[in-house]
Design a protein around this ligand. Structure first.
Ligand code: DP6
Length: 323
């Protein structure tokens, strides 16, 4: 049975940075994200009458590394549910891969859901979220639309480490602009970066000590549709995460000059009364949260910053869906 799934990517408002278990991808802290409607992965899976799996990525044979990652992921399901069939998997992102735009998040969410359908496993969203997490931590949040919280859980086997939806996509009509400064593959993966941070940054304990407060503010801010509360906390949380990266040995600096120029532009806009807030992941690109009424002003001002290659204005996106 051939099945096609579309999963949207998500951007964390309170970040996941650091693992308790590298293999099972169990995080050291909860995180909260917004699912985006314009950046997604489409994955088609089908039973392949052959002795090997086939993986097509963005219309070409996948590289050995991506193919092995995907096959290892399918094997999790084959081992657990005693399935032998090989699969043909075609997957496509509508945006650049591994550039800090969360391609692995939408990628593994789409893959988990498509395997569930093709093997007719009838797994719940919670189960799919746990599987997606093992593919890439942040993918566990992309099973759902709207605003989502990944609960780190307490168990060593990861059984209680999965995401839940806080509110649906139609609850709060807010925008996130993805400001693309550089869409090349990053030098250091999030996986390696966060491991090095946990091991060497003297600031990492402060990250964990202050995370509860950020989570409470953002959760409440979303429920109250309070842009200022969510935005101020999101910026602070982002700067704390990057401070742990800067103080890793050797230092991890994902920012480019234009990253800082966009941050300054956001501050300038706020001084002029245009409410907007930034966040940055493991890459140079900046994401800006704002109300749609300010959309045109923000677009115009951000486009005036040099070295910006593209702007993508997103609404709150929906859950991973069969299409
Ligand atoms: C900075 O989910 O890509 O985007 O679990 O090792 O695959 P792995 O990492 P990944 O890390 C995402 C880090 C982040 C913050 C976030 O999305 O919460």
């Amino acid at each position: 049975m051939k099945v096609t799934v579309k999963a949207n990517t998500n951007i964390a408002l309170v970040k996941y940075w650091g693992k308790k278990d590298e293999n099972l991808k169990i995080p050291l802290n909860n995180s909260i994200s917004m699912t985006l409607d314009k950046l997604y992965t489409i994955t088609t899976s089908d039973i392949f009458d052959n002795d090997h799996d086939q993986v097509i990525f963005n219309n070409k044979d996948a590289s050995e590394i991506s193919k092995n990652k995907i096959i290892k992921f399918v094997d999790l399901f084959r081992n657990e549910y005693k399935r032998k069939e090989k699969l043909i998997i075609k997957t496509e992102n509508n945006f650049p891969t591994a550039s800090g735009l969360a391609s692995s998040a939408s990628g593994f969410a789409a893959l988990a859901k498509s395997i569930n359908e093709v093997f007719e496993l009838n797994l719940s969203d919670i189960e799919l979220s746990k599987y997606a997490r093992i593919g890439s931590g942040s993918a566990c949040r992309s099973i759902y639309g709207g605003f989502v919280e990944w609960q780190k859980g307490n168990r060593d086997n990861g059984e209680d480490s999965y995401a839940i939806q806080l509110v649906k996509e139609n609850y709060w009509d807010i925008r996130m602009m993805v400001v693309i400064i550089d869409d090349k593959q990053k030098d250091k993966s999030s996986t390696d970066g966060m491991k090095e941070t946990v091991e060497t940054s003297p600031f990492y304990p402060a990250w964990l000590d202050t995370i509860e407060n950020d989570l409470n503010n953002v959760r409440q801010g979303i429920l109250d549709k309070d842009l200022e509360k969510v935005g101020i906390t999101m910026e602070h949380n982002c700067l704390k995460m990057h401070s742990t990266m800067f103080t890793t040995r050797p230092a991890i600096i994902y920012w480019k000059p234009a990253t800082l120029a966009v941050i300054n532009k956001v501050y300038e806009l706020r001084k002029l009364g245009v409410e907007c807030y930034f966040t940055i992941d493991a890459g140079p690109n900046v994401k800006i949260l704002y109300d749609q009424n300010n959309s045109e002003k923000i677009k115009k001002e951000i486009m005036s910053v040099s070295d910006i290659t593209n702007l993508i204005e997103c609404k709150v996106g929906s859950s991973a869906l069969i299409i």
